[in-house]
Design a protein around this ligand. Structure first.
Ligand code: ADP
Ligand code: MG
Length: 265
């Protein structure tokens, strides 16, 4: 009897191919290679200084790879002409680690920026979209506030509203919940998953918050500072159950919680 065919897999959306990354002569990581499928919530994991943000910047064009390639929908981003690259970037919503809002602009002005930069919409159309995006992140009516007048969690959500302004196909977040209390952090994670699902977006997120990576991650990669390369791929739960790499295990079971996945709680 022939075996059942495997379940159809979602298409590869993003591929990192044979990537070496670093700054000038300083190599942070070598030989990174992995695929992210459409609709994945992909977690970049690793200790502090392992190169998570550097990988993030290589994937979004802020830092150029030392070697290798990053592809979107099978097309090279690394080797793309500037105009193509700009078009590819337009489909990404990015929230950098220091991704602060412009402090001298209101929340509405911050969210309007990408719409003014990348579309030819009229001012009143932009204002409508801005209000919609702000309400999607629970900040309806806060458009006229300055970033300094609201809480850290609200600022992150305003950053999220800006990241989704252009209805991106891919959402990138570098440590979105860093510095937030556990409740705001949980709310932000829920919001990320909810918005990515309603946009049908693929999500790439750097986080070391165990509760969130187990809760939202469908796939991921572990960057090991000791060997300067990746030593595990797959969903964080699979890594926890199957990886025999001591650095992966130490990372995923840190904090001494007996049940870090929260399963059964
Ligand atoms: N702009 C930079 N120039 C030179 N070295 C950097 C730069 N940014 C980060 N690094 C170094 O690269 C390594 C990885 O940093 P980073 O990607 O920020 O790690 P992580 O985000 O995992 O904490 C660290 O040794 C860091 O000091
Ligand atoms: Mg970082």
């Amino acid at each position: 009897m022939p075996k059942d065919p495997p379940a159809p897999e979602r298409e590869v959306h993003i591929e990192v191919r044979d990537l070496d990354m670093g700054y000038g002569d300083f190599v942070v990581m070598r030989k990174l290679g992995f695929q992210i499928r459409r609709g994945d919530v992909f977690i970049i994991m690793g200790g502090s200084g392992s190169g998570k943000s550097t990988l993030f910047r290589n994937m979004t064009g802020l830092v150029e790879p030392l070697r290798g390639d990053v592809l979107y929908g099978g097309e090279s981003f690394t080797r793309a002409e500037p105009e193509r690259r700009e078009a590819m970037l337009r489909k990404m919503g990015i929230l950098y680690q220091q991704g602060a809002l412009w402090s001298s602009l209101t929340l509405a002005e911050n969210v309007a920026l990408p719409l003014q930069q990348y579309t030819r919409l009229a001012a009143h159309e932009i204002a409508e979209i801005v209000e919609l995006k702000l309400s999607l992140v629970g900040l309806g009516g806060f458009g006229d506030f300055m970033p300094g007048e609201i809480s850290g969690g609200m600022r992150k959500r305003a950053g999220l509203a800006r990241a989704i302004a252009l209805d991106p196909e891919i959402l990138f977040f570098d440590e979105p919940s860093a510095g937030l209390d556990p409740i705001s952090s949980k709310l932000l994670d829920d919001l990320i998953v909810e918005l990515s699902q309603s946009l049908g977006a693929t999500v790439v997120v750097v986080t070391h918050e165990l509760a969130s990576l187990f809760a939202i991650g469908t796939n991921g990669v572990f960057l090991d500072a000791e060997t300067r390369t990746m030593i595990a791929t797959g969903s964080p739960r699979d890594m926890l159950e199957h990886s025999d790499q001591k650095n992966v295990r130490a990372f995923l079971t840190r904090g001494g919680s007996g049940n870090p996945t929260g399963v059964g709680q």
